[in-house]
Design a protein around this ligand. Structure first.
Ligand code: DP6
Length: 325
């Protein structure tokens, strides 16, 4: 028995209010709600076919066979729901303009959830697809939707899922990525957030702040208020990164180049250009701004960075099935 071969495309997202810590490690229930912008520039395309002749799962990522340690338990959730036992062949390609270390588990698990559930014969609505993607990687919960997306933390599997806030923003919002380092991150987000939850004396303060930031950023986005939206996003990101310095052992994703990019953004702001930075579990800096300021921001950043390392993204779409045969 072979199921249809289904291909899905999902875009990555960058959180403006971060997810940083789980209350349930197995179900991936977060400690706090988060909010992100899905981006058009970076996406993953994943093809899945289940085949009863396959004893085990096979994963080919960007042409290279990979271990299925994380993918097989995820596919097991789908197999259980669909009542099948067949192994799967999973072929996945990351589309990133340069080899920039920007491949994300968000786009990867959102695409895998959509392709594998469809191939297994499940018909999931987007809320259930978001719940499923969550089991692969927390940030994937949000990549099911386009534009501005909120992940409602919930307290269990049924109540933790993403909802679209503004799927097709008319706001000319942009995200400039400054690629400062192409290397794999040393401390993955999974391990980093675990250490922080367990050891930072400030963790509960973070949860309170994130909840307050989430409540405050939604009206700012609705009002297309770049100053408010950007200030909240920047402050939230810095609180997350400050938390890492208070963990035992302490760690940071900042590099000298990250600080250079952030100072450059601060200088632009002092000159009256509204632009704001955020960072995830790696040294690359992302700059939130409006279209009319992109050119000035790129010019300023080019004093420090190669122009090939500056990538401009628009809001991107939610996950889509792009082929079925
Ligand atoms: C800093 O979704 O990669 O990007 O759920 O363990 O797979 P797991 O973690 P992941 O963490 C993302 C952390 C972040 C913030 C965010 O995207 O909200």
């Amino acid at each position: 028995m072979k199921t249809p071969r289904v291909t899905a495309r999902a875009h990555t997202n960058i959180a403006l209010v971060k997810y940083w810590g789980k209350r349930d490690e197995d179900l991936i229930i977060p400690m706090n709600g988060s909010l992100s912008l899905t981006l058009d520039e970076f996406y993953t395309e994943t093809t899945v076919q289940f085949d009863s002749k396959q004893q085990t799962d096979h994963l080919i990522l960007d042409g290279v066979t990979q271990p299925t340690t994380r993918v097989t338990p995820f596919l097991d959730i789908i197999r259980n729901q669909a009542g099948i036992t067949a192994g799967a062949v999973v072929t996945s390609t990351n589309h990133v303009p340069t080899a920039a270390g920007l491949a994300s588990s968000a786009s990867a698990y959102a695409a895998l959830a959509a392709a594998a559930s469809k191939a297994a014969g499940l018909t999931l609505n987007r809320q259930d697809l978001s719940r499923l993607a969550r089991r692969g990687s927390g940030s994937a919960t949000r990549s099911v939707f386009g534009g501005f997306v909120e992940w409602q933390a919930g307290t269990n599997d049924a109540t933790s899922y993403a909802v679209p806030i503004d799927e097709h923003p008319t706001w000319p919002i942009r995200m400039v990525t400054v690629v400062v380092d192409r290397a794999e991150k040393k401390i993955g987000s999974r391990a980093g957030m675990q250490t922080v939850v367990k050891t930072s004396p400030f963790y509960q303060e973070w949860v309170k702040k994130a909840q307050a930031d989430l409540a405050a950023i939604k009206p700012a986005i609705a009002a297309h208020d770049i100053q408010q939206t950007g200030a909240i996003a920047e402050s939230n990101a810095m609180a997350m990164h400050a938390l890492n310095l208070t963990a035992t052992p302490h760690f940071t994703y900042f590099t000298a180049d990250s600080l250079t990019a952030m100072h450059c953004v601060e200088e632009l702001r002092a000159k009256g250009i509204p632009c704001y930075y955020t960072m995830d579990a790696g040294p690359n800096v992302k700059v939130l701004c409006e279209e009319q300021h992109v050119a000035a921001i790129l010019t300023a950043l080019q004093a420090h960075f190669d122009k090939n390392d500056l990538l401009v993204a628009h809001p991107g779409p939610g996950v889509q099935i792009i082929r079925e045969d």
